[in-house]
Write a protein of this length. Sequence first.
Lengths: 396, 166
Amino acid sequence: MNFFLLSLIKAAVVAFVLLTTLAYLQWVERKVIAHIQVRIGPSRVGPHGLMQPLADVIKLITKEDLIPPYVNKFLYLLAPFLAVTMALLSISVIPFGGGFTIFGDNTWMQLTDLNIGVLFVLAISSVGVYGIALAGWASNNKYSLLGGLRSSAQMISYELPLSLAIAAPLLLANTLSLRQLVERQSGYYLGFIPRWNVFQGPIPQILSFIIFLIAAFAETNRIPFDLPEAENELVAGYHTEYSSMKFAAFFMAEYANMVTVCSMTTTLFLGGWLPLWPESLGSSYLPSLVFLGAGAVALYHGLNPVRKPDRITLPVVAVVFFVLAAIFLIPAGHAVLAPLFWFAAKTGTLLFVFIWVRGTMPRFRYDQLMGFAWKFLFPVAVVNLLITGLMVAVFS
Amino acid sequence: MDALLFLIFATIAVVCGVNVVVQSHPISSAVSLIGVMGSLAVLYLLLGAEFIAAAQVIVYAGAIMVLFIFVIMLLNAGGETRRGRSLMAQLLGVPLLIAFLGLMAFFVERVFPGSPRVHFGSFQGGTAQAVGRALFTQFLLPFEVISVLILIAILGAVVLAQKEMD
């Protein structure tokens, strides 16, 4: 099959999966935060609120799409377009899995493997700042302007520790291509400890991982760094004057940025699609075990239901999980599906950490936030890079 | 294909560049300048200098232009008011400009006849490895001197900002 058609199909699949993930990531966030706060969350629209994202999409599409007369029209319309385009574009270089063969063509589970992949992601996130700055200014509203300026200042301040935290594992891997970064984390120490960048000699990149994660919270404007868009501070920050699909675009951009930074963390530090222990010790069977366990839990709760509709919905969920476990047991699918499972599991765990922190921590004040970036995180990132460089130079 | 992409993005760069001057509001000019930076990055990519293309977007379009936009937003600079311009300036301006550019092109062709044509993709020194190696071996002294220069600029900015706070 020729290259163009194959790329088109891959792009369509990735786009579909990404957009569905974004919609259901919002469902997961609402349910997890609800349970942290000892309440239920969306539970009426469909079983366990699973149709809630669909209802939200319909609501946002059918809302009145008004453009206030006092805004700068071109920039007002350009801003959400820039935000969502840049947010969705950075998925195109993330490697989801190994190579596979389809219709006789060998191809990677990645849309494109640029040899400057890391720089591409950094460039895209730098341009994504414009969406927020221009939205704040074009809305002709003092709350939007303040929110937009604060948010973009925060994002460019935290880009520095982010880039320095990225530079440290790059010293270990000697390449900027994301696929080669993951491939250089393959192999095991002592036969069972994976050579991910957080564990890799001559210096495990644990400090870089923590710095990257903190800077990622600030880059995506999530709690504890979300003062510029907190509802009780600035009305709604830079998207005050936006309604309907343009608001949905900013919303999607925020969640897509979250998915991007979690995928980058997984690729840079946690070994991408590589399993936690070697396949010779049976790591290919973990997906099936996880799904079997989830199905068993769902079946148990379906037989002693807390609420009456659960008598039907939970066994259906259990059946779905058992089918998934069966799919992962097919030996032919192992080479293709197991890396995908590991990548999704690691990224999903990081997304859960993002949501967990949102439900747990209070937010920083703006001057504390900026002081933290420039006076603490940036020097720590520089020192971390120096230590990594020293260890790499001495031990190799 | 390369020539077609070059034509498209060079046209975008020139149009955005002209738009920087033509727009009446500084923010619109700044956004057009970002368009110029992006098109230049694509032109660098076409030439084979991928590291420079990424650095152009990260540093120039992503940091320096953000700073420009911040300053314009914080200064609350309004759009320029168009006063009356002389009719002769409007009628003769653009044709004279085109004639001047044509004359310059003619002289460049006369002084440097038969300059080698650009072959897209023939430049091999554009990878990050090549740039890094050159920066740390052949161009080490300029690299260190530039870093000292930037340090002086930062210190100067800190001193100036402090003086205004007293």
